[in-house]
Unconditional design. Structure first.
Length: 289
């Protein structure tokens, strides 16, 4: 069987703008896999939002992310690209981050050049570290991975503070340091996206945040530009948030689910998504010793 790391590498190197839907937990990852997506993106913002009820401002820890990655790894077989923020410290911390997340089941790690505490790439007020600091982290990540196909995805947030060309130059330096894929965050136009894809030699990541700064060109156009993947990191989270708000508001108002019954997944659908029949079979197999 092909290793998840190798599968992820193959997907990214096709440069077919494969859509990576984001999951912050095993349930969303199961839905993503059941729908036929080839990979899942473990979203740091989603974990902060759903687990902590907090914004994406650098509040999650390596231990918390690793716990989520391990749970999702148990839930699905498709490869996971994991948001590892800034590596949770300096280059030495990056060594531990790679060891922990690779052991937890990550097929790829996305690391970024923001100063700690980092922020969502579509927030204001970001700052980036000196490029030499980021290059040291990339080298540490490459040196530490046990599986040579573990994808090191290097993200720069310099577009917002230093301009597009500076961000492209940073990404180029990251490639020289050993990054397998680069990710220029938050370009603001189709022309900028085209320039990024044309200027850099390795597969690129586009990040589509609903309501964010980067235009949604659609998969076909991103594929024409040669992007390796397109992240929709929190589409499932945003859909669930809207639906849960509307359903719970109706329940509070009406004292019943009657008016929103069509907004709810059925009991059987819910059990199917979490593979209850598989657990039923295990129970039958081991009943009575």
């Amino acid at each position: 069987m092909t290793r998840p790391t190798t599968t992820l590498k193959t997907i990214l190197n096709r440069r077919a703008a494969t859509i990576f839907a984001g999951a912050a937990n095993g349930l969303f990852a199961r839905v993503i896999e059941d729908l036929g997506y080839e990979a899942v993106y473990v979203t740091g913002a989603g974990v902060a939002n759903m687990y902590l009820g907090a914004p994406d401002i650098g509040l999650t820890t390596l231990t918390e992310i690793a716990s989520h990655v391990a749970a999702i790894s148990d839930a699905v077989a498709i490869p996971m690209l994991v948001d590892a923020d800034t590596g949770f410290g300096n280059a030495v911390n990056m060594v531990r981050t790679v060891r922990v997340l690779e052991r937890a089941g990550a097929a790829g790690l996305q690391i970024e050049d923001q100063m700690f505490p980092k922020k969502c790439g579509h927030f204001d007020g970001k700052e980036v570290v000196p490029v030499e600091e980021m290059l040291a982290k990339i080298k540490a990540a490459v040196d530490t991975r046990k599986d040579g196909d573990l994808q090191i995805v290097a993200r720069t947030d310099a577009r917002a503070t230093l301009g597009l060309q500076a961000a492209i130059d940073r990404a180029g330096a990251m490639i020289e340091a050993g990054a397998d894929v680069t990710f220029v965050e938050a370009p603001t136009s189709a022309d900028e996206l085209a320039q990024i894809a044309k200027s850099l030699s390795v597969p690129q990541v586009a990040n589509i945040v609903f309501g964010g700064r980067t235009p949604e060109l659609g998969r076909q156009k991103f594929a024409e530009l040669g992007f390796g993947c397109v992240l929709y990191a929190n589409a499932a989270l945003q859909a669930a948030l809207k639906a849960s708000h509307e359903v719970l508001m109706a329940l509070k108002r009406d004292g019943s689910l009657a008016s929103v019954a069509d907004r709810l997944a059925g009991f059987e659908v819910r059990q199917q998504i979490v593979s209850k029949p598989t657990y039923d079979e295990l129970e039958r197999r081991y009943r009575g010793g």
